[in-house]
Design a protein around this ligand. Structure first.
Ligand SMILES: [Zn+2]
Length: 196
């Protein structure tokens, strides 16, 4: 199933933010997830594809720096959770909600609301690919020591949503290296016990 979708990935900026582009191989339709910085490089990576959505995992500054430039250059609609909308450089074109399905070419992507790092944190699943934003990293949940963060909430997002995915699901976080659901799932109780 993952053969249907190509994942392009690179990291940019001082915080090594990952840029992810999902491409439906059959049609070239693509989805850009997060636009941290370096619009020129993002535009270059989108070349030869037909972008249909720009989706935001959340609206932290390090994830949205190139958003307006890429949006203006492509004219592609931007989706974000409503609770993140007022932190974006400009308002989104449509709202992301738990359980939504978005079509790109012959492929589809499932939208999951995974709050905890921030209230409108989103994750996206297609085939065995999970784009997890700052919700799940190798070795634990994303940072919740922030005014709008909640450790209990992020644990619940991971337990009740991300960890329902099959073991072989590859997890692509907002920063750094990927992991898999099967690698991380056995450690949930350790994370709860240590409290971060
Ligand atoms: Zn981040």
């Amino acid at each position: 199933m993952s053969d249907a979708v190509e994942l392009k990935q690179f990291s940019v900026g001082d915080w090594n933010n990952n840029v992810y582009i999902l491409v439906d191989r059959a049609t070239g339709a693509s989805v850009l997830i997060d636009a941290p910085t370096d619009a020129a490089r993002i535009m270059e990576a989108l070349e030869g594809t037909n972008p249909v959505y720009i989706l935001m995992t959340h609206a932290d500054r390090d994830h949205v720096g190139a958003l307006d430039e890429v949006r203006q250059a492509t004219g592609v609609p931007v989706g974000a959770h409503p609770t993140e909308a007022d932190r974006l450089p400009s308002p989104p074109d449509f709202e992301l909600q738990e359980g939504q399905t978005l079509q790109f070419g012959n492929s589809e992507l499932r939208v999951m609301h995974t709050p905890g790092h921030s209230p409108g944190g989103m994750s996206f699943v297609t085939g065995d690919i999970l784009i997890a934003g700052d919700t799940l990293f190798p070795g634990g949940p994303g940072n919740t020591k922030r005014p709008d963060g909640s450790f209990d909430t992020i644990v619940e997002s991971i337990r009740s949503k991300l960890f329902t995915l099959p073991d072989e699901t590859r997890v692509y976080p907002g920063h750094g290296d990927p992991t898999t659901i099967g690698t991380e799932r056995p450690h949930l109780q350790e994370w709860i016990d240590r409290g971060w």
